[in-house]
Design a protein around this ligand. Structure first.
Ligand SMILES: NC(=O)c1ccc[n+]([C@@H]2O[C@H](COP(=O)([O-])OP(=O)(O)OC[C@H]3O[C@@H](n4cnc5c(N)ncnc54)[C@H](O)[C@@H]3O)[C@@H](O)[C@H]2O)c1
Ligand SMILES: N[C@@H](CC=O)C(=O)O
Length: 489
């Protein structure tokens, strides 16, 4: 792969500060989803190698947790600067393995780096508290201490930022991490490891384990030296890992699927609303947990909205993300294309109008042309499932009670969008929507300072913000007795 710094393209796992081969000879090939070209491969580590990785993270944790928070912050800041300095190479790696456009990949590098910058500072604010004592002669309070070794399992759709959002918080808190990236996109993770090493992050503190997903995850979940599991991915796999962590009673954080409603009120300009909905739907070709999956438009502007939406989506260019004016890259693989087609077919069979989307125009087998389906109903897969593709489903609503019920009619509860300028309606919707994040009149909602996460089957816990640190800290209560002057104030 043509990079300014070829050493960022690593095809080995990174454990305890060393680049390692798989000792069983197993490996996984990685392909460019736009062209099908084989980019390279990574080893599948064997069980005893995973065991060694856990042992090294456990050992490294003992020294890492003893550093002062500002010392850890300095190392994180060095990592942050290196990531930004190598932005072009990291973006190139990401576009090649994931397929997103180079502009989106550059955006993800900045986004991913911002978590490191944020937590480099936030680590110094892992405050405990003093508790007015009810015990004579005692001083009471809490300390917040690193939980230990954290296993981080991440998806392919945001191959860099989903790692840094977890790792930066964990490392700042004083934990060491074992990252298991998605098999489709290991190279971004391995480039992060190369840069972590250059930043001076000690051996064993940040390791990247490549391997057979179910095997590696099970071993990480079973091992009691791993104190926390943080997973981002599908609700299906999240449920499995949650149950696998039961035996060792781990701290579990889950960032799972979304099925975001995008609600448009009657006071909106239909063109403005359509523009925002197109932005919220088609990022990363719809392979985004925040993608507007169900677009719910007030019936008074429904047809006008559809007209503007279709006009705007026709302007989107689909192709290889390396080409400069492309808006939508490929889907990750053919299964994703097949799933998108199933969702469209199911909707049309059940009476949805296929307003736009001609798959004969797709520039390759992994591409899916943007689709607009009108009159989507709750029995359709387009409503019930996270479609993770450029398929937009639109439905009309009439009153606010009804649209709240429609929006909440899903097992997911990650993010919701509301577009209206009526403050009374904004408040009613904001309170009625059962989602972890509600964005009003803004497509952009995420970033390092906010608590990212969902309710219902979209997950457990929060990432980013000051809350992100809590996932990696234990609270230790202390009672210091026998102190003559400790009681009272
Ligand atoms: N809530 C969020 O912040 C957020 C962010 C990004 C993606 N996601 C979700 O991620 C999903 C898409 O990502 P994906 O397809 O990579 O998810 P996935 O669940 O298939 O895979 C996620 C990770 O789990 C591993 N894995 C897969 N099968 C496994 C198994 N049987 N046992 C153990 N580990 C296994 C994968 O190798 C990968 O590392 C979507 O549902 C999306 O909404 C959520
Ligand atoms: N866009 C999301 C990732 C979801 O897939 C984020 O910002 O974290």
């Amino acid at each position: 792969m043509a990079l300014e710094d070829p050493r960022l393209f690593r095809q080995l796992a990174y454990v305890d500060g060393c680049w390692v081969y798989g000792e069983g000879g197993r490996e996984e090939a990685v392909f460019d989803p736009a062209t099908g070209e084989r980019l390279g491969q990574v080893p599948w580590l064997e069980s005893h190698q995973i065991e060694a990785a856990i042992a090294s993270a456990d050992k490294a944790q003992r020294a890492w947790r003893l550093l002062r928070a500002d010392e850890r912050g300095e190392l994180l800041d060095a990592w942050y600067r290196l990531i930004r300095e190598n932005k072009e190479d990291l973006a190139m790696l990401m576009t090649r393995e994931q397929g997103k456009t180079l502009a989106d990949a550059r955006g993800e590098v900045e986004y991913g780096a911002s978590f490191i910058h944020w937590f480099a500072e936030e680590g110094s604010r892992a405050y405990g508290e003093t508790i007015p004592s009810h015990i004579p002669g005692a001083a009471l309070g809490t300390l917040r201490e690193p939980i230990g070794v954290a296993a981080l399992i991440t998806p392919w759709n945001f191959p860099l930022a989903m790692i840094t959002r977890k790792a930066a918080a964990a490392l700042a808190a004083g934990c060491t991490v074992l990252v298991k990236p998605a098999g489709e996109t290991p190279f971004s993770a391995l480039a992060l490891a190369e840069l972590a090493e250059r930043a001076g992050i000690p051996a064993g503190v940040f390791s990247v384990i490549t391997g057979e997903a179910a095997e590696v995850s099970k071993q990480l979940c079973d091992d009691s030296r791993v104190a926390a599991l943080s997973f981002t991915g599908s609700t299906r796999v999240g449920r499995l890992l949650l149950s696998q962590c039961a035996n060792s009673v781990k701290r579990v954080s889950l960032e799972l699927g979304g099925n975001a409603p995008f609600i448009v009120g009657p006071d909106m300009d239909p063109e403005e609303a359509a523009r925002a909905a197109v932005d919220a739907k088609f990022q990363t070709s719809g392979q985004d947990c925040l993608a507007a999956n169900r677009i719910l438009v007030h019936d008074s502007l429904y047809e006008d909205f559809l007209t503007h939406f279709v006009r705007l989506m026709k302007q989107l260019k689909v192709g290889n993300g390396l080409v400069s004016d492309i808006d939508l890259g490929p889907l990750i693989h053919r299964d994703a294309v097949a799933k998108a087609q199933t969702i469209v077919d199911d909707a049309v069979e059940q009476g949805a109008r296929l307003i736009h989307g001609d798959q004969s125009m797709a520039p390759g087998p992994n591409f899916f042309m943007p689709v607009l389906l009108a009159d989507v109903t709750p029995t359709m897969k387009a409503w019930r499932e996270e479609n993770f593709s450029p398929v937009a489903g639109v439905t009309a609503w009439h009153d606010e009670e009804e649209v709240i019920e429609m929006a909440n009619d899903t097992e997911y509860g990650l993010a919701a969008y509301v577009y209206t300028h009526d403050i009374r309606r904004i408040w009613q919707l904001m309170r009625g929507l059962r989602f972890g994040m509600v964005s009003v009149n803004s497509v952009k909602m995420t970033g390092a300072p906010i608590p990212f996460g969902g309710v219902k089957q979209s997950g457990l816990g929060r990432e980013g913000g000051r809350q992100g640190l809590d996932e990696y800290l234990d609270i230790k209560y202390y009672c210091l007795g026998g102190l003559a002057s400790a009681s009272g104030s």
